[in-house]
Ligand binder design. Structure first.
Ligand code: NAG
Ligand code: NAG
Length: 388
């Protein structure tokens, strides 16, 4: 969704029509946003095998530039240019791949003369578009507030299909309508690069919500019996916990089931699904993910795991700056610092170019324009996001 929205903005900036390659696992996930038209590539689209393109493909931009097979002089006549181009902006893009030249003014001028741009990305490249001088003025006019770029574009473009919307509404109406305040908590376990045990994740959630942000009341651990409830006036809060595993939910549920809160508030805890692991290429798994992103976006307060694109979409759609659950491996002691409040509502571009278009050397993407700076949830490597 981040990549799609970013591509849509690129299409707007460059006066292009946007069409989307639809893999099997995306079928019936999103509504078609444009009445009377389809944004999916027709099956007889003349360029086939799109999913197999890579940095070494014959029509790949970096490859063509590297081998001098394309005239990158902005004054070159269009006749000397290919009719289509593949641009690889995946997370594995390195600065020595000449694809980074996509973010340069002169190259944008050349690319603008090519009919078909086949853009592949799994990244939120919008902060990268903001560092291209050619688009600065138009972006400035489109987005007086920089932190709400995804909030506005995402809410305009992305709508759950009827299938997904049915799931959202059934859950919402069954579990989330009674309480005054919904607290959305998303726990992401990066099992490959930053695994966290269920116990530590639970401890972190409790420390964040009860001590750091004061979102949830603490409990009286000694008191298994009923507390003096301010019964008639007692307020209730609902926690919507979204996670692949069940364990954090069970512990939090037990905590508020077994013990009274110190404030007399009633806390209910719900978790829509627990799929155990991320299942790629699975349509039904994606329906649930999409539904839960939307359910989270209806929250009044959000706690999301740092660096998670799932979290980005839910809080940006909501328009709520979340509390980020820190990741221990990224130089943080999660005992002392379980979470912090986000500084900007816009998502983070994790793998931006570090490229100086004038010299061909390195440049720090965080020092080019004032409102593009280091991400507030990911400080380990240069990564950029938009700030007001
Ligand atoms: C995270 O993943 C690791 C490795 O698969 C697993 O041992 C751990 O229990 C998981 N933690 C949570 C909170 O699910
Ligand atoms: C984090 O801080 C706590 C409290 O100061 C300390 O007990 C713990 O050893 C620290 N953990 C790490 C990994 O440094």
């Amino acid at each position: 969704m981040l990549a799609l929205t970013a591509t849509f903005l690129y299409a707007l900036l460059t006066d292009r029509v946007m069409l989307m390659h639809q893999p099997e696992d995306m079928v019936d996930l999103l509504c078609e946003p444009f009445p009377g038209a389809s944004w999916y590539l027709p099956s007889d689209f003349p360029i086939q095998g799109l999913e197999w393109q890579n940095t070494n493909s014959q029509n790949s931009y970096g490859y063509l530039v590297e081998k001098n097979l394309i005239n990158t002089d902005p004054k070159a006549p269009p006749s000397s240019l290919p009719s289509s181009l593949y641009v690889h902006l995946m997370n594995d893009m390195r600065d020595n791949h000449l694809h980074v030249r996509f973010f340069c003014d002169d190259d944008q001028l050349v690319i603008s003369k090519i009919n078909w741009v086949l853009l592949r990305t799994n990244q939120y490249i919008i902060p990268g578009l903001f560092i291209i001088p050619k688009y600065a003025e138009e972006l400035e006019q489109m987005f007086p507030s920089k932190e709400t770029v995804f909030h506005h574009l995402g809410r305009y473009l992305l709508h759950p299909s009827n299938t997904v919307w049915g799931m959202i509404m059934r859950y919402q109406n069954s579990y989330l309508t009674k309480s005054k305040e919904i607290i959305g908590i998303q726990v992401r376990n990066y099992s490959y690069w930053a695994p966290i045990s269920a116990e530590n994740a639970y401890e972190q959630v409790v420390r964040c919500t009860q001590q750091e942000s004061l979102i949830l009341p603490s409990v009286n651990l000694d008191q298994y019996q009923t507390s003096p409830l301010k019964s008639t006036k007692s307020t209730s809060k609902t926690v919507l916990l979204v996670s692949l595993s069940r364990e954090v939910y069970e512990r939090l549920y037990d905590l508020y089931y077994e013990h009274p809160t110190t404030t007399g508030e009633m806390i209910s805890v719900y978790q829509p699904s627990h799929e155990e692991k991320q299942k790629f290429y699975n349509k039904f798994h994606n329906y649930k993910a999409m539904a839960e992103i939307w359910l989270l976006s209806f929250s009044d307060v959000l706690v999301t795991t740092a660096v998670s694109t799932f979290g980005y979409v839910s809080y940006s759609l909501a328009g709520i700056k979340p509390w980020y659950l820190h990741i221990a491996i990224l130089d943080r002691n999660i005992t002392n610092h379980p979470c912090r409040r986000a500084l900007s509502l816009d998502p983070c571009y994790h793998t931006p170019p570090h490229f100086n278009c004038k010299t061909g050397g390195k440049a720090d993407p965080r020092n080019i324009v004032p409102h593009v700076r280091q991400c507030d949830d990911y400080t380990h490597d240069p990564a950029i996001k938009l700030y007001d």
